[in-house]
Design a protein around this ligand. Structure first.
Ligand SMILES: C[S@@+](CC[C@H](N)C(=O)[O-])C[C@H]1O[C@@H](n2cnc3c(N)ncnc32)[C@H](O)[C@@H]1O
Ligand code: SF4
Length: 370
């Protein structure tokens, strides 16, 4: 038994594929949800011995988990092992009063709501179904059902988004008072339809992204949120009855803990081994219907790759990284230089980026690696 305490479950179904999205998603297969849930549960049963008797976190991500056909989704939630934190990703337009109550009844205690923006013209650029009021309504349904740990996903850098649009989005999100916020810079993959349509605008506004990031951090930290990870913010304990609202599941990734992922495209990392399930739905369902593990891609994880990953992920957090065992991958002259520039703080046993260093993010970390 390897005692893994974090489980990710991938639910790929979406009503519509948003142009900017690069996740493993499937549209137009309404009939296949039950068979997919059967496959998920078979995969989980095959891997059950990898899991600890008690889990810390379960995360149902997508796709749009809350778009899954209700009977199949309920069957899945009932069958999953309990955990201290159970998160479901939800698209606002799927959150009815009934769904919110049902999630709560079935043991979900955290919802991550894909708001993205509160500006109608930007939601339309993103091809989102939800309007700003849909996001608000979903939030209130969740609150009414008793959810006291709600997160919003917001995107900045949307084509046509002005600095005042961003300020207004942050203001609208803060007005609702979620416990947690994730703010991602829009990533537009070259060669996609979205990049083809909006490429010129994306190139034009690229230089403003550092400033936009600063706006996000300033606005949210001034409102009393803790900037605990590069793109993630949570209410501080003094504004949260002493509770820690960091996303415990994602924290496990950033801290380099082991996790099991089930479903198409899901990744697992356990005891120095990493594998990724094939993203092909039909092959996944067929393999598991026959009691076989799905096709998987193994990713070699030599020690230096794991050490580099620890540094890259660990430095995204606001708590210092213990450097014991990581010395070999650190560029010590670069570390001294970055410390003199006020971008890095080192105590000899720990390493952290300063606020300025965190604003520059990945670039500083890349310089630190030998
Ligand atoms: C796995 S997605 C699914 C969430 C849900 N289906 C939705 O669309 O609201 C989780 C989050 O990733 C973010 N995301 C997805 N595609 C992105 C992109 N191309 N660039 C930046 N953030 C992205 C969005 O904020 C989204 O809410
Ligand atoms: S709803 Fe979410 S997961 Fe589905 S295509 Fe849109 S962004 Fe991607």
């Amino acid at each position: 038994m390897s005692g893994v305490r974090h489980l990710y479950v991938h639910l790929p179904f979406c009503a519509h594929r948003c142009g900017y999205c690069d996740f493993v998603t499937v549209t137009g297969r309404a009939g296949g949800h039950g068979a997919y849930v059967d496959a998920l549960l078979t995969e989980l049963a095959l891997e059950r011995e990898l899991l600890a008797p008690e889990l810390e976190t379960v995360f149902l991500g997508g796709g749009t988990p809350t778009f899954t056909e209700p009977a199949a989704f309920e069957r899945l939630l009932r069958a999953l092992p309990p955990a201290q934190e159970v998160t479901v990703e939800a698209n606002p337009e799927t959150v009815t009063q009934e769904l919110a109550r049902s999630l709560r009844r079935l043991g979900v205690n955290r919802v991550s709501l894909g708001a993205q923006s509160f500006r109608p013209h930007l939601l339309s650029v993103l091809e989102r179904v939800a309007q700003p009021d849909t996001v608000r309504r979903a939030f209130y349904h969740l609150r009414d059902a008793g959810f006291d740990n709600i997160s919003f996903d917001l995107i900045y850098g949307i084509p046509g988004q002005s600095a005042s649009d961003l300020e207004a989005d942050l203001g609208d999100a803060l007005e609702l008072g979620p416990e947690h916020l994730s703010c991602y810079e829009l990533e537009a993959k070259p060669g996609t339809r979205f990049t083809h349509t909006h490429g010129e605008e994306l190139a034009r506004q690229a230089d403003a992204m550092e400033t936009y990031f600063e706006v996000v951090v300033d606005r949210l930290t001034s409102a009393g949120y803790r900037w605990y990870e590069t793109a993630n913010f949570c209410r501080t304990p003094d504004r949260a009855d002493g509770r820690d609202f960091r996303a415990r599941h994602n924290l496990a990734y950033w801290l380099g803990r082991d996790y099991l992922g089930v479903g198409i495209g899901a990744v697992s990392t356990i005891q120095g081994r990493r594998w990724r399930n094939s993203p092909r739905l039909a092959a996944y369902v067929a393999a598991l219907a026959g009691g076989m593990r799905p096709e998987r891609e193994l990713e070699p994880l030599p020690l230096d790759v794991r050490q580099r990953e620890r540094v890259m992920l660990g430095l995204r957090l606001d708590e210092p990284l213990l450097v014991e065992g990581l010395d070999d991958v650190l560029d010590h002259p670069a570390l001294d230089r970055l410390q003199r520039l006020g971008l890095v703080r080192s105590t000899g046993t720990t390493l952290a980026l300063t606020s300025r260093g965190r604003m520059l993010g990945g670039g500083v970390t890349a310089d630190l690696l030998a």
